[in-house]
Ligand binder design. Structure first.
Ligand SMILES: O=C(O)CCC(=O)C(=O)O
Ligand SMILES: [Fe+2]
Length: 198
């Protein structure tokens, strides 16, 4: 995959290729728009509740999980089988990365108020480095990541329509990521993270 530059106020650096690989336009504009519209129209979106300072709040985005098994071992809901489009995308991502995935989490950010807070994605297979392939359709949004030990070490990468980001190595161990809310009006974006779950 190609290298590219990341910027912040003071410095720039090359994307650490052992942690992330970014492919702009992995899907072309037409395919990307078609996938976005299909998912907007056909997916049964869920808004989950999370505990925040002892209060139940709704997550500021909509989600859906598809795959061969539940997203977590304690999740009693049966997984939703792959749709044709999701299978098509999964196959293309697997062919390109050489990695096999067994589930995908979809996140739907309706506008600039939708977001995901700082977090890292858990190791799902003990002993293996977490490899997650992230595909984005629709509105370009900034993907911020920061070092867990030094929050000032923070970078941002714009994930464009039809892009592919492969997160790998120790990224989840040492870095957190988020999609921040935006004061600038934003249109719909759907992100797919292909994962390997037990
Ligand atoms: O929307 C994105 O690009 C990131 C989503 C994410 O971090 C997650 O689903 O764990
Ligand atoms: Fe994540």
């Amino acid at each position: 995959m190609e290298q590219f530059k990341l910027f912040d106020d003071r410095e720039h650096l090359l994307l650490p290729e052992h942690l992330m690989e970014y492919k702009h336009g992995f899907f072309d504009r037409k395919e990307s728009d078609r996938y976005l519209n299909t998912f907007l129209e056909t997916i049964t979106w869920q808004q989950t509740k999370v505990m925040m300072y002892d209060k139940e709040v709704l997550t500021p985005r909509l989600c859906a999980w598809f795959g061969d098994r539940p997203i977590r071992q304690d999740d009693k809901r049966p997984p939703i089988p792959w749709t044709d489009e999701l299978w098509e995308i999964k196959t293309k991502v697997e062919d390109y990365t050489g990695i096999i995935f067994n589930g995908v989490l979809l996140n739907y950010y309706r506008d600039g108020n939708d977001s995901v807070a700082w977090h890292s994605d858990k190791d799902t297979i003990v002993g293996l480095k977490t490899e997650i392939a992230s595909v984005s359709f629709g509105q370009a949004r900034n993907f911020d990541f920061r070092n867990k030990e030094n929050h000032r070490q923070q970078y941002s990468l714009e994930l464009g329509n039809g892009s592919l980001l492969l997160m790998k190595g120790d990224l989840q161990k040492y870095w957190e990521h988020r999609i921040a809310k935006s004061a600038v009006p934003m249109k719909a974006r759907i992100n797919l993270t292909f994962r390997k779950v037990l």
